[in-house]
Design a protein around this ligand. Structure first.
Ligand code: TYC
Length: 104
């Protein structure tokens, strides 16, 4: 094998790696018995850019089914959303739980 061939294959590997999609993470809200419904709707609008109708639909899904998806993001963005939501909820003394999990 020549040096030229080795370079060619590593260039191809780098190109493939460059086109691979990053792992994505779901951000989920979990139900609880205390956080007010209108607070959850406001969170979905504020941190996930939802309109009032969509936010209400997701909030009710969480309320009935126990959890619901806020969106799918890269790792850093998902972690920031979780941090923001939990921090905002605690500032308002609500136990709202928000978590992330890899989207497999
Ligand atoms: N179950 C709450 C209530 O009855 C409402 C709620 C919805 C709480 C979604 C958390 O992620 C949640 N007030």
């Amino acid at each position: 094998m020549t040096t030229t061939h080795k370079q060619d294959s590593s260039v191809l590997e780098a190109a493939r790696a460059g086109t691979r999609l990053p792992p994505l993470y779901r951000v989920l809200l979990l139900n609880d018995d205390f956080t007010p419904m209108d607070f959850v709707v406001a969170v979905l609008q504020r941190y996930f850019g939802m309109d009032h109708e969509r936010a209400t639909r997701i909030m009710l899904q969480v309320h009935v089914e126990g959890l619901g998806m806020c969106g799918v993001f890269t790792k850093d963005v998902a972690a920031t959303k979780v941090e923001q939501v939990v921090s905002y909820a605690r500032q308002h003394q609500h136990p709202l739980a928000c978590v992330m999990e890899e989207n497999e």
